[in-house]
Write a protein that binds this ligand. Structure first.
Ligand SMILES: Cc1cc2nc3c(=O)[nH]c(=O)nc-3n(C[C@H](O)[C@H](O)[C@H](O)COP(=O)(O)OP(=O)(O)OC[C@H]3O[C@@H](n4cnc5c(N)ncnc54)[C@H](O)[C@@H]3O)c2cc1C
Length: 436
């Protein structure tokens, strides 16, 4: 048989000689982690005219917001059904762009305003914004080594399936969720002293009958009553349903998320098994709504609190409860203390309608570093305080503030930036109170 015209059958023989040279990337600001915090940091840094590189160990952007299918933006609004929005900047464009698409956002207005989102639309929004901003992206890129001189991170060594990459930047954002950059730099970190903070295996069901959707409290009451029959571990159900789509994201499991590569991989499998049992429970106990339901997707295991930085300052539960207004406040929320510290349920302590608690920049700056700022679920707080500021509204405010702090620091230290200049830049996220 002849070869079609224009088709080449030639090949070449190649061999890896030695270790192969690492690719090299230079930037002003390097962000590790592309979840709610990291994507906000990268987009804000690009808006400030900085050359940005954004790294993520997953092969896709969006962190847990996209890949664990979290499903709602919490902590974005003050309490009450008509609260005002706390976080602006990057979030203004995010909500405007997604809100312009049909059935992509849904505002649930009860004790506060929670914004339900379609994770596929969010994923594409992040990718497009990052592309348009000219940010260099390295995905499937796991941090392997951090080169530190004195109090400054000098270089990151990254492993990818296509070879190693070395990244040098003036400033770094640790938005890894697990303080991976701070940890590998050899700076001090915190972990829960006793017990664990549970994560969750999210699952998305399709073909549900929304007209027979049972109240969440009824599902939870039935789980408490009959959970043993189905082998359920957790006894709570948090469903995220964007009306009119016949799809619901379910938060019904509690899984451990240890910082141990073998254990956490094994738990990834048992977590899905737990989610399957929860689905079986729903189908049998609420057949009118869930009888025909099928699993459309499992998220990657959702991780809440594992390891975080030791900051210049630690946010405490007392600060959260008192609504302490710090001189270096960069963001705020009114989200409850939401501590998943026991297998069957979680601590849930809500606040009054006029309550606001603030996040100090000091809780984002590792006290031993000059060019590193943490953002997202690995900033410094006690276990309970952190549980109330690790939801995505404040994570996005922290990401923006991290970019501003590093921009103001330039080649100097983030420990000594002009706080009045920072306050001016983050004013909307600390003070604005327009009706939404
Ligand atoms: C099950 C569950 C339900 C939740 N529900 C809600 C909710 O409804 N609403 C809400 O607002 N919040 C919710 N939260 C909290 C919220 O989702 C997270 O705290 C938030 O998304 C954290 O964002 P982040 O950017 O800090 O981290 P992440 O989204 O975890 O992003 C960190 C990124 O860093 C990358 N990374 C980590 N280590 C490395 C490394 N060594 N090298 C390279 N990359 C690395 C990861 O791949 C990841 O993409 C929930 C959390 C869980 C677990």
């Amino acid at each position: 048989m002849s070869v079609p015209e224009g088709v080449s059958t030639e090949t070449r023989v190649v061999r890896l000689n030695g270790g192969g040279d690492a690719w090299r990337v230079d930037a002003d600001i390097c962000v590790v982690g592309s979840g709610a915090a990291g994507m906000s940091a990268a987009l804000q840094a690009a808006r400030l005219g900085r050359k940005v590189v954004l790294i993520d160990g997953l092969p896709a952007l969006g962190g847990q917001a996209v890949n664990s299918i979290i499903g709602t933006f919490c902590g974005l609004y003050s309490n009450g059904p008509n609260g005002y929005r706390f976080t602006h900047g990057v979030v203004d464009k995010l909500l405007a762009d997604l809100g312009a698409r049909p059935r992509t956002l849904f505002y649930d207005r009860k004790h506060t305003v929670v914004v339900f989102y379609d994770e596929i639309a969010l994923s594409r929004w992040i990718e497009e914004e990052v592309r348009k901003a000219g940010i260099t992206v390295i995905v499937g890129a796991v941090l392997r080594r951090v080169v530190v001189e004195g109090r400054r991170v000098q270089e990151l060594e990254i492993a990818t399936r296509y070879g190693d990459v070395k990244v040098r930047a003036t400033g770094y954002v640790d938005a890894s969720g697990d303080a991976a950059l701070t940890w590998q730099a050899g700076f001090e970190c915190r972990e829960p002293d006793v017990g664990t903070v549970y994560g969750t295996q999210m699952v998305v069901l399709e073909n549900i009958d929304e007209s027979h959707y049972p109240p969440r409290e009824e599902i939870t009451a039935r789980m408490r009553e009959k959970g043993d029959e189905y082998g359920l571990f957790r006894r709570e159900c948090f469903p995220f349903l964007i009306p009119g789509r016949g799809i619901v994201a379910l938060n019904m499991t509690h899984i451990e998320t240890p910082l141990d590569p073998l254990k956490v991989s094994a738990i990834g499998l048992t977590g899905k098994n737990e989610a399957d049992k929860a689905v079986d429970f729903l189908k049998k106990e609420f057949p009118r709504c869930f009888g025909d339901a099928t699993v459309r997707a499992y998220g990657l295991p959702g991780i809440r609190q594992t390891r975080w930085i030791v900051g210049k300052q630690q946010l405490t539960l007392k600060d959260v409860q008192a609504g302490t207004r710090f001189a270096d406040a960069i963001g705020r929320t009114a989200w409850p203390v939401e501590l998943h510290d026991h297998a069957t349920g979680h601590v849930w302590q809500t606040f009054d309608e006029d309550h606001v608690h603030y996040i100090p920049l000091g809780a984002m700056i590792p006290r031993e570093a000059d060019n590193l700022v943490a953002a997202g679920r690995c900033i410094d707080g006690d276990k309970a305080a952190l549980s109330s500021v690790r939801v995505m509204g404040p994570c996005m405010a922290e990401g923006m503030a991290a970019a501003h702090a590093l921009d103001l620091a330039g080649t100097g230290s983030v420990q000594q930036i002009d706080l009045a200049a920072l306050a001016e830049r983050v004013r909307d996220n600390v003070e604005r109170r327009d009706p939404d």
